[in-house]
Ligand binder design. Structure first.
Ligand SMILES: Nc1ncnc2c1ncn2[C@@H]1O[C@H](COP(=O)(O)OP(=O)(O)OP(=O)(O)O)[C@@H](O)[C@H]1O
Ligand SMILES: [Mg+2]
Length: 480
């Protein structure tokens, strides 16, 4: 049954399709009605494992003074979907306002990013000034760009040393962020970005660090290993970013992070980003950050584009309920969360038996399979992904319009990050929670903590709440 391990993922459970499916094979990897988005372009996994050293093309176009450079941009098709004020309520800045290198500007525009989002407006100029930052902004509103743009701008590519580090809590997120930095920097001729994570051959990483590396993006354990061995030399590293900082500063990682920081120069810049910052982060801040600039764009916590429902069920009714959801909803792609590895595998098996296509992913799988599932799901080879909290934070798959909590999460932070996997960059999405009697108290608690309403699921859900093509666009292209 192992859907994740199937050589050809298309053979898994295609006899019956979700109610909304029209295409028989590949699901729309971009939203219906628009061309393929840059974010959904093939996710390249480094051929020799994920610790690959990504070298920027030697064929970079030289940009000379006076060139009409905007004409040479290779822009992706425009995304015509509605965006909520979570990303459109800006001060009206332009990327050109930040005096960025032209090569970087070109990379930004070629991502299809026309204007900075609110968190990018707040963060880019301050990060460029060298100041420490603690930034809190909603899921999917562009935090990666908010730190990667100033990070790339501040590099001196003539210097052969590791100048910036980005730490993230999961391997898949490290791959995703390194991919974005490579895309943003693709016009910056000599930029060298290295992704390094556990689950890959350490020797490969050691060999790669023999060559020039300007930016390292990875998970904490592997980086500390390389630093302690003296292979990754970080004594000239001027900037460290912690994405999903509250997770990185939790007990799982804190000691490792502190040790990595102890190898950095005293005057390094530290940037912390997340949608959630529990009080525990304060202690780290006062110990390591110098006069941090605090950004908090979370006047409310949940995204405007996501509608949340719950269905009250017994444990035994859950699979039947999911089956009903599959047949009634217009799912473009869905992520289905379970609370344990074992339940992920069991549910994936059940879904396959029901005749729907599905992949699964969790941290106990071999990294090779994880990469394959992530890659193929991003590319729309399968409609549904069952997973543990491995995919709760940071993962950006624009085609996901439905998130289902098959098992309700234990805390509000996890809930917020999970449902934030849909409704990316101000788009529309649905979050559906299967609630047993044991979860009732927790449901109320999470509603209270997030000041949000999770409504009982109606017999029919209005498609204009989560299906892009059913949503009429206002003249400004904006939706409250
Ligand atoms: N200025 C922009 N214009 C258009 N799209 C953008 C812009 N900035 C980012 N995006 C897109 O928005 C999506 C979400 O970005 P990103 O993953 O950085 O969000 P995030 O805030 O880090 O979310 P999370 O909290 O879930 O980690 C990505 O697909 C990205 O390409
Ligand atoms: Mg992120």
């Amino acid at each position: 049954m192992a859907t994740a391990r199937t050589e050809n993922p298309l053979v898994v459970g295609l006899s019956k399709q979700n109610g909304q499916v029209r295409a028989q094979q590949k699901v729309a990897s971009g939203p219906p009605g628009i061309g393929q988005l840059p974010q959904n372009q093939p996710f390249k996994t480094p051929t020799s494992g994920e610790g690959g050293l990504h070298q920027q093309g030697s064929g970079t176009t030289a940009i000379r003074f006076g060139d009409d450079w905007k004409k040479s941009l290779q822009l992706p098709p425009k995304d015509m979907r509605i965006r909520t004020s979570d990303v459109t309520a800006t001060k009206g800045n332009e990327f050109e306002d930040y005096c960025l290198k032209r090569e970087l500007l070109m990379g930004i525009f070629e991502m299809g990013w026309e204007k900075p989002s609110p968190i990018q407006e707040e963060s880019i100029p301050i990060a460029l000034s060298g100041r420490d930052i603690l930034a809190r902004a909603k899921n999917g509103t562009g935090k990666s760009g908010a730190y990667l743009i100033p990070l790339l701008e501040r590099l001196d590519l003539k210097k052969d040393c590791i100048q910036a580090i980005v730490m993230v809590p999961t391997r898949e997120l490290a791959l995703q962020v390194s991919q974005i930095s490579i895309q943003l920097g693709k016009r910056m001729g000599d930029l060298k970005v290295m992704a390094t994570t556990g689950g890959t051959n350490l020797r490969d990483d050691i060999m790669r660090l023999d060559e020039t590396v300007h930016v390292i993006i990875g998970t904490p354990g592997r980086l500390l290993d390389l630093v302690k061995k003296g292979v990754a030399k970080v004594d000239r590293t001027q900037m460290i970013v912690m994405d999903e900082a509250d997770k990185l500063l939790s007990q799982d990682f804190l000691v490792i992070l502190e040790e990595i920081i102890s190898f950095l120069p005293k005057n390094r810049q530290i940037l912390l980003y997340s949608a959630t910052f529990p009080i525990s982060v304060q202690k780290f801040m006062s110990k390591y950050l110098q006069k941090p600039y605090e950004i908090n764009l979370m006047d409310e916590l949940t995204l405007k584009g996501i509608t949340q429902f719950y269905a009250y069920v017994t444990e035994r009714q859950k699979v039947h309920c999911l089956n009903t959801l599959f047949s009634r909803l217009q799912i473009n792609q869905s992520i289905i969360f379970c609370n344990s590895t074992q339940r992920v595998e069991l549910l994936a098996k059940k879904i396959t038996q029901l005749g729907y296509s599905c992949f699964y992913i969790h941290a106990k799988m071999m990294q090779e399979y994880r990469n394959r599932v992530f890659h193929d799901f991003r590319n729309g080879l399968c409609r549904n992904l069952v997973c543990t909290d491995l995919f709760t934070r940071g993962i950006d798959i624009q085609a996901v319009n439905v998130v289902i909590n098959f098992d309700f999460p234990k805390n509000a932070e996890t809930y917020l990050h999970r449902i934030g996997r849909s409704g990316r960059f101000g788009h529309l999405g649905l979050a559906i929670n299967l609630i047993t009697s044991d979860d009732r108290f927790n449901l109320k608690g999470i509603e209270d903590q997030l000041c949000t309403e999770i409504k009982p699921i109606p017999s029919s859900i209005d498609k204009s709440l989560y299906v892009a093509e059913y949503h009429s666009q206002s003249p400004e292209g904006e939706e409250e």
